[in-house]
Design a protein around this ligand. Structure first.
Ligand code: C5P
Length: 407
């Protein structure tokens, strides 16, 4: 934990991780202790807090080298400009930087700093160094800062960091499912040299300048797929409708609002080896969008005439030339999951459908986990309930295998 105002969010991050069964050991810099007391961090982590490089008692209990290696993953949150600079230059002048230099584990960094500090060439140079070393990043997000400025530099929200942690841990244990599922799957997913285009999130279809039609898609599954494809070495373009998720690091993100904009962005992003349509694209849009806000008058309420949106998935799957080798669709169904998914597979012309149930009471929309069936022309495979990141990692493994088989 570095020293920044967003350190208060790290306390919640510790709580969220513990809720999910993780054990968390906290190392604080001196600056972090100006913002958060070690007592709070210890109470929430249920463990002592480490902060002193030269503590004899700490060294006899757990040496600083062991401290850096006993974990499955090292998370730096908040990663201040100073801490990033020290990491990029290999300094080891306190316990946190020493542990970071000595670790042999993956490191996930959640930066947080003032926007000018973030944009400064020195910080950007340090980031480039750390990225080149394979360090994983979550955020920062855009928004208003404690200092009153606006822009990139806010630490990602605790649940976003949890999702990034799950993704990092899942990709390292990729395809190690203790079930029959792993049998037919590639042992390691490699999409190196491939271009993967993913759509995610809802679309917003305007009614007038202030109102729109939307749906409950959170974008989490699509973002997880983009992250997993990136982790497997692909060049990834993520075309996203409006969501409340930070752009994944290393992925080119194109933000759109409407279905038509999404189609335009997908067409511009092609060619690709794989196209994954995870977005919940609105089926209809308003025919005549009001140029000004529709007024509430005493007369009858307005009647909206809807017209059909382009089906992006179907268009890409039916491209006469330049069709991606693998086209993947999603089917959210309330009943007859397999039958409806298979119908969609044929109608839309895709190679694989990820079918999930959105029956009443399901938490697919917005939730962190997903229970899916993978439907191809030849097979139907029900997968057990998994986190959306696990689904993404397994799917990417499956796609890399299919791509290799179609060579
Ligand atoms: O037809 P339905 O909306 O149920 O199909 C879902 C699949 O089709 C998803 O993969 C979704 O991303 C894609 N789709 C699309 N463009 C649309 C509607 C759906 O790409 N206009």
């Amino acid at each position: 934990m570095g020293g920044g105002i967003s350190a208060y969010k790290t306390l919640d991050l510790i709580r969220r991780l513990r809720e999910r069964g993780a054990s968390v050991r906290v190392v604080m810099t001196n600056a972090a202790k100006q913002f958060i007391t070690p007592l709070s961090a210890a109470a929430l982590s249920g463990d002592k807090v480490y902060d002193d490089l030269f503590s004899l008692t700490d060294e006899t209990e757990m040496g600083h080298i062991e401290l850096s290696r006993a974990a499955d993953l090292v998370v730096v949150a908040p990663a201040t400009a100073d801490l990033l600079a020290r990491m990029a230059n290999g300094l080891a002048n306190d316990l946190a930087s020493t542990a970071l230099l000595a670790t042999d584990k993956k490191t996930l960094v959640a930066p947080a700093m003032n926007v000018r500090m973030w944009l400064h060439p020195a910080t950007q140079r340090n980031l480039a160094t750390l990225r080149a070393q394979g360090m994983l990043f979550c955020g920062p997000a855009d928004g208003e800062m404690a200092c009153g400025e606006y822009g990139p530099g806010r630490m990602s929200e605790p649940l976003e960091i949890v999702a990034a942690i799950e993704a990092a841990l899942t990709t390292s244990t990729l395809l190690d499912l203790p079930t029959d599922l792993s049998k037919g799957m590639a042992r390691s997913a490699s999409l190196s040299g491939r271009h993967v285009v993913v759509t995610a999130g809802p679309t917003h279809e305007p009614i007038d300048p202030v109102r729109y039609i939307a749906n409950r898609s959170s974008g989490r599954q699509g973002y997880a797929i983009a992250q997993a494809a990136h982790a497997a070495g692909a060049r990834v373009t993520l075309i996203s409708g409006p969501v409340a998720i930070a752009d994944p690091a290393g992925v080119k993100v194109v933000h759109v609002n409407t279905a038509e904009e999404m189609l335009g962005a997908v067409s511009a992003a092609l060619p690709a080896d794989i196209f994954v349509a995870a977005a919940a694209v609105a089926d209809w849009r308003v025919d005549a969008v009001g140029a000004t806000k529709i007024k509430k008058t005493s007369a009858d309420p307005p009647v909206l005439r809807l017209i059909e949106n382009p089906d992006i998935l179907s268009r890409v799957a039916h491209l006469a030339s330049g069709r991606p080798r693998l086209v993947v669709g999603f089917a959210a169904e309330t009943d007859d999951l397999e039958q409806n998914a298979r119908k969609k597979l044929v109608q839309k012309g895709c190679d694989l459908i990820v079918a999930n149930s959105v029956a009443m009471g399901s938490t697919t929309f917005g939730g962190a986990s997903n229970t899916v069936q993978i439907v191809t022309r030849e097979s139907n495979e029900p997968w057990p309930e998994m986190s959306k990141h696990e689904v993404a990692a397994q799917l990417v493994g499956r796609l890399s295998q299919m791509l290799d088989n179609t060579l």
